[in-house]
Design a protein around this ligand. Sequence first.
Ligand SMILES: C[S@@+](CC[C@H](N)C(=O)[O-])C[C@H]1O[C@@H](n2cnc3c(N)ncnc32)[C@H](O)[C@@H]1O
Length: 235
Amino acid sequence: MNTATPDIKRRRVFGRRLTRSLSPSLQNLHQTMLDKLQVPRALVEKKNLKPADIFEKPFNQFWFEIGFGNGVHLHDECVAHPDTAFIGAEPYINGMANFLKSMENQSHDNIRVWMDDAIVVLDSLADEVLDGIYILNPDPWPKKRHWKRRIVSTENVARFVRILKPGGKLVMTTDIDDLAEWMATHAINNPQLRWDANSPADWKNPPPGWNPTKYEKKGAAVGRQQSYLVFTKQT
Ligand SMILES: C[S@@+](CC[C@H](N)C(=O)[O-])C[C@H]1O[C@@H](n2cnc3c(N)ncnc32)[C@H](O)[C@@H]1O
């Protein structure tokens, strides 16, 4: 399926796009829901996008989840916070299909999705429009020659800061120690971000009301310690 239009500059997304074909019924549901819930490409191309423009109901809070995988966390957030609007980006087709299936019988008022590189939508957003960004268990790219593929980079942290409202949150997690250090260091190095943690307990324990991701649940089952790195954009 080619959902791209020639007007949106294509960036290379590293990683899996499809691991197995969708069953005909899942493919059907996936396409129907994607048609309804995908952020319109025409609005993305226009730039200066206000999140309020892509939802039918008014919302005061807008959160963005980058790389939601199968969308377990995003599903639980949408259900737990019906008064907050969420945008989720995930290029992995099976992940998107699983997420959309999980939302089949839920309200769709507060969710919109993007089945491609999150950066394309982030770059189309107007300044200071998001209350929070989740980057949960991003791909670690452990080989040094692949570090430039990591979603958390100096350039991307600047992108996140531009679109966060003053007081907005950048929430990053991982269970890989050197990736946690990498992500924390990149965020600390941005002068507009302040780390919320005052002690190790603050990053070793999930924030209140936390909904774990699928990856996080699997890691916890084998005793892996997750780091929860929460930063606030300075007002
Ligand atoms: C290790 S998985 C974690 C999935 C999920 N967050 C979890 O914790 O279960 C990382 C995900 O990020 C997605 N991803 C990688 N680069 C991305 C990008 N540029 N935009 C959106 N998603 C991306 C991948 O497709 C993959 O599903």
